[in-house]
Structure formats: C-alpha cells, structure tokens
Design a protein around this ligand. Structure first.
Ligand code: SF4
Length: 436
C-alpha cells in the first residue's frame, strides 16, 4: 500500500496526518530484528553495515536488487545505524535564502530557478537588497545566509557582464565574495555559498567568507548529460566537474554539503555509484559534513514537466540505502518541503537533519513548496521520539571536535554563536518555544 501518491496537491505540511500512522503502514515502527524480513541476498550486506563495517562497492550494488518487501527492514536497519552513530537529535539550520542572481549559463531539464535576462525582475540583487534580507533574518534569530545562484551567467549573457563591470567586477563569483564579506561585516550571520562548480583559486578566496559551502553532485552518471538527458545543456553538471569541486573543497579543508538528486532518469545502480563516490571523497578528506537526498519534483514549463516524481517508497529506499552505504557518522538530510505531509517518515529511514528552514524567505528553487513552520517541524519531529535542534551552517562536529575546518577569519564569530555542543546558542526555544 503506497504511503502517498506523488503529485498530490502541494501544501505546507501544516495539517499532516500523524507521522506514526504513516510509518505504521510500511511497518517502520515494528520493533524487530532489523535483518528479519530481508531477502537472503541482502542480509549479509546489511549486517556488515549494522556491525560497524563498510559495505564494499561490489556488495553495495546488490542493494539495487531489493524487493518491495525489503523496504521496511532496510529502513529499520538504517534507523538502528543512525541511532548508534548520530543519536536521536535532528538538526535544522535557521536561514535566509538569497538568490543573488537567477541568470545561469546552463539549462537543466528540471529547473525553474534560472531566468534569462528578459525574464528577470533584476539581474543581480544589490548589496543593499542582500543586507536588508540578512538583517531581517538576523532579527528573527536566523544564523545562516544561504547564497544560491546560477552558474557563471557572465559566460552566456552580455547583460550580466555589463552589470558586473558597472559594479566593478569581472565575474559573478567575485561579486558573491564581496557581498558575503559585507554580510559578515554588517550582521552576525554566517554565509554558506552554493554557487556551483569552482576552481581552486576561487574556492580559496571564498573559504575565508563562508562558514561552509555546498554543491549537489546530483549524479555521477554521464548518461544524464547525453542527448535528451536532463544535463545535455548543462556543462557544469558533468560528473567530473562536480566531483572535482568537492575534491578541491576537501583539499582546502572546507566543510562541504553535497548530495544526490533522485528521479531525473538515473537508475538505482547509478544512485549507489554516486553515493560510493561521495563516500570515497569523504573517506579521503573528511570534509563532507552533510549528504542531502533530494527528490525531483516536476515543474510546469520545463522540459521534464511530464516526468513522474519519485514515490515516497523510492525516496525511503534511497535514504535507507544512503545511510547503509555512507555509514553511521554521516549527517543525512531530506528537505521536508519537498515531501508534502509525508516528510516525518524519513526520520524512520535514517536521516538526522532537515536542512535550512527559513521563517522569512521562500525556497526559490522550489517556490511551490513552502517550508513547514518551525513549531510544526518541532512537533512532528518530537512526535516520533526525536529532538529538534538548531544548528549553524557548520555542523557541530566541525566546531567542537575538529576546528581545523573553521576559517581563521570566522573562529570568533562561530564560537560566539555556538553553544557547548556546537549547536545554536539558546536552542530550539529561540524559534519554537511551545509546540501546537
Ligand atoms: S539547476 Fe542550477 S545549473 Fe541548472 S539551470 Fe538551474 S540554476 Fe542553472
């Protein structure tokens, strides 16, 4: 019995059915031996993970052969693993979302964020506009300024080049650097830049003005860049370019958020391949602070408007498999606003983070999908026996256990915002003092 039909009318998630009832449907709450009910071919693979071992690549691919009956045991096994590694604290980052520019040199088949110059209300947000949003967020207790923007628009559009030149810049990344510095100078907020692929020199410069940075790998499948694929006209989505960016971040000791986008035409084997690539990067550099499992949502007026959204079961499977492959010490996120009312069930498949939640700005990448109110998020998280905690854009373990990832220029700022455990000082009571 499916938990939900994808494509159900979107709403805010404010009035969802009790998460417990949802979870019951696929048996996620049964207190059971996590291996019981698993297909024989998977028992050994999952047991390796539960016993604290690392699933070898060849074994990991066997997970792609799981049947619908394997779903609940896989989720339970992932939950057991998460409980043992990260515990029952679930984090979110109180943030404002700043779409510095929606111009982009690329065309991805699912994107409604990008705009051509003639469609854009403004080519770039001005420093004054950026500061106004950051200050409004600061007043609401937000600690993260998420800069999301199109990829190197000046390479495609003369209008972008002219705007930048008129403001004293050659590139969008130079402008991003300066507005990030401005936010640091004028507010108590912490920038988290998400500008796409970057060179080593660019990342070195941005490290000093970012608490952490991010870029979704999305998929390591080169097939998606072939003719007719979602990345055919998006050179920055070539897997090699994206893996290289994550690698440079590791070499420079930048705490980094990455993840996979599911449902854009990749196979389950390809998802596993992407997860193994992320695991390898983290094993080498130790800098992947968070892995996002993001589900594709079809949007009108895009080449993929008729493409099916992944089902709840497919997302549950991917979350569970992600944790089993990445291991118990990974921070795993599912964006709650992209899953309608079902979002709490992903807590029962191994996640421990809800990502950035804004009490002020919309999700410009998914404008049809409002974030839940923080009080509702708290209620629905606690309902399943977890504790919701606000975090900074730098994860607690990168503040408390290993401070070599804190940029020298931000040590004082970050220490002043964090409590003794590395979470936002003042805790959840700052944002949601009573649950409904
Ligand atoms: S998803 Fe990003 S890279 Fe692709 S078109 Fe949209 S803004 Fe550009």
């Amino acid at each position: 019995m499916p938990l939900s039909k994808t494509g159900t009318p979107s709403h805010s998630g404010e009035q969802g059915p009790p998460a417990r009832a949802l979870a019951q449907v696929v048996g996620l709450l049964e207190a059971d031996d996590p291996l019981s009910g698993l297909s024989d071919g998977l028992k050994e693979v999952v047991d390796t993970a539960i016993q604290g071992g690392e699933i070898a690549p060849g074994e990991a691919y066997r997970l792609a052969r799981s049947t619908p009956d394997d779903l609940a045991p896989l989720c339970r096994a992932a939950s057991v693993l998460r409980d043992g590694g990260m515990g029952r604290d679930v984090s979110f980052s109180p943030k404002v979302f700043i779409p510095l520019t929606r111009l982009c040199r690329d065309f991805c088949g699912y994107c409604t964020f990008r705009q051509a110059p003639h469609e854009a209300e403004r080519l770039y947000m001005t420093p004054e506009e950026v500061l106004a949003v950051a200050r409004a967020g600061e007043r609401l207790g937000c600690t993260e300024v998420l800069f999301t923007l199109g990829e190197r628009p000046e390479q495609r559009y003369p209008e972008a080049r002219e705007w930048l030149e008129g403001h004293g810049y050659r590139t969008t990344l130079e402008y991003l650097h300066d507005v990030s510095r401005l936010v640091l100078r004028e507010t108590s907020m912490l920038p988290h830049g998400n500008p796409g692929t970057m060179s080593r020199r660019e990342m070195e410069q941005h490290k000093e003005v970012n608490a952490s940075m991010g870029m979704m790998i999305e998929s390591t499948s080169p097939r998606l860049s072939e003719v007719g694929g979602p990345h055919e006209f998006a050179p920055s989505k070539r897997p090699r370019a994206r893996v290289k960016t994550v690698e440079i971040a590791g070499e420079l000791k930048i705490a980094f958020t990455t993840g996979i986008l599911i449902g854009i035409g990749e196979t389950r084997l390809e998802r596993i391949e992407s997860l193994l690539a992320i695991r390898e990067l983290h094993r080498h550099y130790g800098h992947v602070q968070e892995v996002i499992v993001q589900n594709f949502r079809a949007k009108q007026d895009t080449p993929m408007a008729g493409h099916l959204d992944p089902s709840t079961e497919d997302l549950l499977w991917t979350v569970a498999v992600s944790l089993l492959i990445l291991g118990p010490n990974v921070n795993l996120q599912v964006p709650p606003n992209l899953s309608y009312d079902d979002y709490p069930v992903y807590l029962l498949a191994g996640i421990n983070d809800w990502g950035g939640i804004s009490p002020l700005t919309i999700d410009y990448v998914n404008p049809e999908a409002p974030w839940p109110q923080i009080s509702q998020l708290r209620h629905r998280t606690e309902e399943l026996g977890f504790k919701l905690r606000p975090r900074l854009p730098l994860y607690p373990e990168y503040i408390i256990e290993n401070d070599e990832y804190i940029p020298a220029s931000l040590v004082e700022r970050i220490k002043s915002l964090a409590d003794g455990e590395g979470y936002v000082k003042g805790g959840i009571e700052r944002y949601a003092s009573d649950t409904p």
